[in-house]
Design a protein around this ligand. Sequence first.
Ligand code: MRU
Length: 374
Amino acid sequence: MASELKQNGEENTLQSIRYSRGRLQLLDQRKLPHDSVYIDIQDSTAGWHAIHDMVVRGAPAIAISAALSLAVEVANLGSVDWSVNDAISFLQKRLEFLVSSRPTAVNLSDAATKLNDVVLKATNDMSKPEAIFQAYVEAAEGMLIDDIDTNKAIGSNGAKFILSQTQKCHNLHVLTHCNTGSLATAGYGTALGVIRALHSEGLLETAFCTETRPYNQGSRLTAYELIHDHIPAVLIADSAAAALQKSGRVDAIIVGADRIAENGDTANKIGTYNLALSAFHHGIPFYVAAPLTSVDLSLSSGEQIIIEERSPKELTHALGGQGQQVAPSGISVWNPAFDVTPANLITAIITEKGVITKKDSSTTFDIKGFVESF
Ligand code: MRU
């Protein structure tokens, strides 16, 4: 493996994850858009904190950063006097620990399960801890590389599908929520990748992005990416989204996902459900764009998705909790980071393998059937 992995396929797009074997740096997204500062992540404990404390966020970026934080720890272990069982137990315990950093995005536990399988397979094939570590590191590095191709496929599938569903052939106005771009992935992005693809095909007139309260991923990160990449964009307050739709200026809404249940119910950033409800009312197509690693077939519906609740400070203080106090001391706060949009409000789910639509008059998706058809 080359010392510097080829990543971030689009030249000049932002890079949340910088990696070469033995070295991982994460862009501290808490400081954007003002400062671009990378933090060295030397092991899985530092990886856990970076995810938990929002240095890195976005479902695919969380999963890849977790996997790579353990890869650098392993690559820098030096020679250890461990048995094969010691090595397996070390990797399994660290993966389990990493999964506990944030609960809603399934991509993290999906990555941990796949890496655990690699470890067990390497154990069957080889008998030395070094060989097991090597297999782990290569598999984690593969996740970083694959994510870009996955996102580009989502972008291309989404752009083609959206175009096929509209009377317009250019000048599209698309609304998005939260941040699903290069910063939330290894590069290119999912929902923002579709917007990127529409733009590069000359089909996009405007990308509307919501500010995404309370943590402001939209105003701080998506607006920053759109400006950085010269994609024509307009920032709106979350509370302006219904009025914007009523004004007739939105052709489609496209969002990402943190977990998609078997029936297509989708957990995503808080406020996604509001957007889906208003899109339904206004007859605007509502698309989810996500890799298949966001699918959780162990859950039959979104009712079972665990929703992370975050610090009251994100609401009581400005700048998503980092600024001045803006609410009175003593007020009770409910601050869910995600909500679940029921499948009946979702028009289609765009993945790297194709677009999942509903059959006949069904109000839900057959995600299992789609996944098993490959
Ligand atoms: O709390 P965050 O910033 O991690 O939430 C991110 C989202 O909700 C994204 O929409 C989702 O993870 C998809 S990112 C490609």
